[in-house]
Design a protein around this ligand. Sequence first.
Ligand code: CA
Length: 230
Amino acid sequence: MSYTPMRLLVVEDEPKMARMLQRGLAEEGHQVDVCATGEAALQQGLDVPYDAVVLDWGLPDMDGVSVLRAWRARGLTAPVLLLTARGSTGEKVTGLRAGADDYLVKPFDFDELLARLEVLHRRGGPVDQGAQPLGDLTLEVRRRVLRRGAVEVTLTGREFALLAELQALGGDAATRSRLLLKVWGGDFEGTGNVVDVYVGYLRAKLERLGTTRVTVEAVRGVGYRLVVSA
Ligand code: CA
């Protein structure tokens, strides 16, 4: 297993569990912050560029899935592993729909949690690193900046999440409903029109950069795909 230190956020109100997670993850060389309430986590998660987040469903002030929806709605792209109570398959489904990348049922094995976090981090790896090439552009992930030569544009959280989601599909088409779910969260009360609007914003920014190699293409009857030509 390749070892990469991560910056992690643990959201857990139960002191014993929080301590166990913090200690265990720190012993593996990771940098760990802990939040005990949903409200604190909401701010902390948006303030710091975490590599991954462990989020407990049951929090004293709001449930974890509401925190997750609010994060995703504000453009948080870090992978989130949701901790749920035993036997609640409904929570699992709701959690995944709200934008969780993985889940574990309590009580869980620490080594399994660790392994899953490493997988999530690796899977999201390129997206979480500093700068990455995209056709004739460079995407600076931390700053949410797209650059071509000396020209750069800053993406909003949603534009960035939209681009990241399209990019993750590697040229395959994403349906509007998938994009709605991934970028706006499962509870968005709207239609695919908002996707079209944001694709418009993203295209306008690509146009401003003058790229000829990166385009967002409409796929009739489906949605959109990202085309990066050589
Ligand atoms: Ca709890």
